[in-house]
Design a protein around this ligand. Sequence first.
Ligand code: ZN
Length: 329
Amino acid sequence: MDRDRNKKTLMELLKMNGNRECADCSAPDPDWASFTTGVFICLNCSGIHRNLPSVSRVKSVRLDFWDDDLVEFMRENGNPKAKSIYEAKVPPFYYKPRAEDCLVLREQWIRAKYEREEFTMNASQHDGGVTGNREGVLWKRGRDNGQYHKRRFILSEKDGTLKYYTKDEEIVSWFNSIRAARLYYLRKEFPNTSEAELIPRITRKYLKEGYMEKTGPKHKESFRKRWFSLDLYERKLLYFKDPVDAFEQGEVFIGSSDHGYEVLDNIPSGVRGNKWKYGITIVTPERKFVFACENEREHKEWIDAFKEVIARPMSPQDYTAEAAVQRKR
Ligand SMILES: [Zn+2]
């Protein structure tokens, strides 16, 4: 039967390089497909595509019926080819969401790719500085309740269009603008470092976050509960009074083992006052930092995270950062 043959063809296409990951979020083993854009996608992304019927129509590879011509279209296209079309000009700072990222990021990425076609070869650049383009905030009357909302509008002479940003587009656009600004700063700060190395440093990557208790440098000070974030790329343990605080109270630089840094799964004998029982000591060339975790699981996760940072060799930038943190103290 054609139906069986078509299903078999699709299953074979799914095994090919590039089709084994969702075209939009890189989740493994996608089993949905958009038969208008020619991509294989995961169930979650298929839900987003379903909301864009003017550009994308989706089917389940396993459950739906597939016509010959649609199967042929999927064979001619597929994820690598679609990527070369829809992601031809993604700026280096632009954040490509992954499966675990929030819905707003994933949805805006999919809309930017297929609906607004922002990254195709002939996409117009949204750089407000070009003559004939004007960008500004206007009040737009909402369709449903007649209330006015502030919206960012872009007038493009080239396209002859007036477009406005929805709230989610605005958020993601700000997010990527901040990434662009940070990449610009990093390029100036580290002119000899390759872009591939700078990109991961654009946004902080916290290996582990959570509460621990800490004491002071003399280990006699009372233990206080603080919120900690361990940054892998910056090699810094930041601590905050409260998780939502914008600025940290302090930071600890975490170097590498061959530079005298070490993590111990206990606290020095004689240190007292911790309410939480699961101790950690970070040994640095200068001093020991003493922490306590609430339970065994937290304790293990923190120790694994510290070990991961300590195992990473230090780069020249890390030596500069280490010296800066030591000067601050
Ligand atoms: Zn996906």
